[in-house]
Design a protein around this ligand. Sequence first.
Ligand code: CP
Ligand code: NVA
Length: 319
Amino acid sequence: MSASLAAVKTERGGREPPRHFLELMDIEPAVLRRMLDLGVKAKRGEIAGKPLAGKSVALIFEKPSTRTRVSFELGIRQLGGEVIVLSSKDMQLGRGETPADTARVLSRYVDAIMLRTDDVAKIRELARHATVPVINGLTDVSHPCQLMADVMTFEEHRGPIAGQVVAWTGDGNNVAQSFIQAAARFGFTLRLATPPELAPPAQLVDWARKEGAKIELTADPVAAVAGASCVVTDTWVSMSDEKADGPSSRHNLLAPYQLNEALLARAAPDAIVMHCLPAHRGEEITDAVMDGPQSVVFDEAENRLHAQKGVLLWALGLG
Ligand code: CP
Ligand code: NVA
């Protein structure tokens, strides 16, 4: 890119703050709803033309991914954009170049950056220094793109999520923490059953309650699931736990929280089952539940593609 064009781009970035998609808590409910509506339109084939024509997006992965990688790459191409998929181990970021400098450089080349990282501090630094939107593709404490797909999936099957009861059973991990933010932003009741040692951070729960969210914490999965419209679980060992904890101690703690047929029977009779995937069958969820009639886990995986189109269109100022 020539110096003058680079200057124009920098200046344009400097005029309006970029529309980062970092945490659901940073974004107004009406704006999140607009993104979801765009995602639904995308799923129905109602997005005209190629709105991302002439735009390029860098996807950076510091951790493995199937759904996030494929759904973002394909979604961007389907909207007419260019996409560059990068693994941090092949980048200077992986050998010490700072997220700030990476942000400054990539902002000269591309129109948006998505990052998956195991350290939320890195995406915050990237966003502080990027002049283009930064999208959170999972951190150790959040997974907001997943929640956009989850809310879309719930509403597709059961109508508006506001006022409904969603139950979480298992680890109070990154996805659980984004569920807490989503409960505040989309107005549903969230009951979380976790071992006390793996409860979500009190500060986040306090924030959500101050926002008016109904968050109920318990160590008893049966109490959490009772009468719920949706039951959700996730892996017992997240990517960011792999180096820190002994997986076997987590398994012992989490075994009573398995989502099996007996636990699901305590939910509402028409409750749906969600899991962000990848699942560890026989651990946090049984085959019978995952493959059973109440499971919508593959609709949920598909909806990553559609929901993220809504996020991209908003972030790029196109919706
Ligand atoms: N649910 C999810 O983010 O899956 P991947 O790790 O495969 O991207
Ligand atoms: N909690 C899981 C989600 C994977 C999409 C993890 O962080 O590994």
